[in-house]
Design a protein around this ligand. Sequence first.
Ligand code: PBG
Length: 325
Amino acid sequence: MGMIEKESIVRFHRMRKNSTIRELLQETTLNPEDFIMPFFVCEDTSQEKEISSLPGVYNYSIESLKKAVHSARDVGIKAILLFGIPSKKSHNAAEAYSPKGIVQKAIKEIKQNFPDMYIIADCCLCEYTDHGHCGIVSNGSLDNDATLNILNKISGSYAEAGVDCIAPSGMMDGMVASIRHALNKKAYTQVSIMSYAAKFASAFYGPFRDAAGTDNFSGDRKHHQINPSQRSEALIETKQDINEGADFIIVKPATHYQDIIRDLSNTIKQPIVAYHVSGEYAMIKHAATAQILNERDAFEEHFISLKRSGARLIISYYAYDYLRK
Ligand code: PBG
C-alpha cells in the first residue's frame, strides 16, 4: 500500500511536461476563422482616431477603414462587424437607412475591394437617435412596433449595399421575423441574420456608449435587454429568435455569461457567437497598462474559455491584435 503511494502511479505532470505534449493534447484551439472583428466607421472623421475609452480601438473614415480591413484580412480575419457613427442624429434615426449613410457606403466600399470578406452590419437605432434610445420613442416610451418598421428599412438598405449578414442588436420583440420578412420581400433571401438574442442589460457596455457616440443617453435598457439573473429567459428568447429565422445567435457580454453559452450549445445547433464587449476589453487593457497582468495571455484565456463553453465565433476588439502577433 505504502509502496504504491510512493510509486505514484498517477502523475498528471507527465502529460504536461513540455510544450510538445501540451500542444499535442490541446483540446480547444484558436484560429483566425474563429474571430469577427468589429469596426466603427465614422462620418465625421477623415482619418483614424483612437477612442479614448477603448485604447487601441479606432473610429475610422471609409478610407482608413479600407486599410484596416486589408490588414485584418492579412492576418486571416474573414468576418467584420460594422457600426456606424453618423454626423447627424434625429428623433427617428433617418440617417440609419439613408442609401448614402455611412454604413451603407462602407459596405459598398469593402465589398468592392474585399469581395471575400464576410460583412456583418449592426442594426440598431441608438447610434442614430438624438435621445440615444435603441428605438422610436413616442409619448416618452419606446415604441417596439414602430421601431420594427425602421429596422426593416435599415436592413433593406444594408442588403442593397451588399451586406452578407444583418445583426439586430436592439432587443426589440419580433425583430428577427420582421427583418427576415422584409428581406425576403425584396428577394434578399441570401442575407443572413445574426441575432443578439441573449443580450443582457450589462454594465460592461460602458465604454461602447462613448465609442458609438451614444453617451448622450441617460437611462438604462432594462425594459428590453435581459436581466443578468435570468438564465431561462435567454434560452426562451433564443429559441424564439431561431423560430423567427435567426441564422446565428449572439450571447452578450461573453465571459460572465458562459453558463448561457454552455446551456445554448447543449440545446441548439445554430452557431453561437460570443460578444466579448467593450467593458471586457477595457478591463484587460487597463490592467495590462498597470502591468498587473499580461495582456495577450489574458485575452487568450478569455477566448479559449469562450470556445470551450461552446461558442463557435468570437466578436472581439482584440481580434486583430491577437492574430497579428
Ligand atoms: C446597441 C449595441 C450596444 C453594443 C453593441 N450594440 C450597446 C448597448 O446595448 O447599449 C455594445 C457593444 C460593446 O459594449 O462592446 N446598438
